[in-house]
Write a protein that binds this ligand. Structure first.
Ligand SMILES: Cc1cc2nc3c(=O)[nH]c(=O)nc-3n(C[C@H](O)[C@H](O)[C@H](O)COP(=O)(O)O)c2cc1C
Length: 171
């Protein structure tokens, strides 16, 4: 597998647990961890595959650490890179903005040439609207530990299997 990094806030407890599960599912494939609170654009650009942890905060917004990192990525070219996005959300308390952060990040990366991978079905979730949806899929993996924690492990397992294929594919 090409050089792969997972970027997340080390301070974020729920996200950190999900990240450990994702890394575990990748098995022997090495995934480097980068702290979204301190990483720079220069440190991110050498990776071909990026897995971005983007929980949604503030009624449909990115967490502060992503807002602070994005200006450093704004002028960069992500062509040739594959980007997979996942993130926590709460479909019961925020049904109108469910996992919007995934959609915000997907748009940002796509506009800069990245190929998005790891889309998942919206089946099994219940919400009103989400910026993360394209067609009948999320543009990444939505994780809802507040309402559907029992589904998290199997969702991650399935997602990582799809990422292994997507990261290996020539397309
Ligand atoms: C103040 C606040 C605002 C939130 N806003 C949203 C939201 O707009 N949409 C959503 O899907 N989830 C929202 N959530 C739920 C979080 O995304 C969810 O709890 C997630 O697991 C947080 O992960 P983290 O603690 O690792 O950052 C919000 C949570 C809090 C505490």
């Amino acid at each position: 597998m090409k050089k792969t990094a997972i970027i997340y806030s080390y301070r974020s407890v729920k996200t950190r647990q999900q990240v450990q599960k994702i890394i575990h599912q990748f098995g022997d494939d090495p995934i480097e961890q980068l702290d979204a609170d301190s990483v720079t654009g220069d440190a991110i650009m050498p990776y071909t595959n990026l897995i971005l942890a983007v929980p949604t905060w503030f009624d449909g917004e990115l967490p502060n650490y992503w807002d602070e990192l994005l200006p450093d990525l704004e002028e960069r070219n992500f062509k040739g890179k594959k980007v997979a996005i996942f993130g926590g959300g709460n479909q019961r308390d925020y049904p109108e903005n469910f996992v919007d952060g995934i959609g915000i990040m997907a748009q940002f990366m796509e506009q800069r040439g990245a190929k998005l991978v790891g889309f998942t079905s919206t089946e099994g979730y219940s919400f009103e609207s989400s910026r993360a949806v394209r067609g009948n899929e999320f543009m990444g993996l939505a994780i809802d530990v507040e309402n559907q924690s029992a589904l998290t492990d199997s969702r991650i397992e399935k997602w990582v299997l799809s990422l292994k294929i997507a990261f290996d594919s020539k397309k």
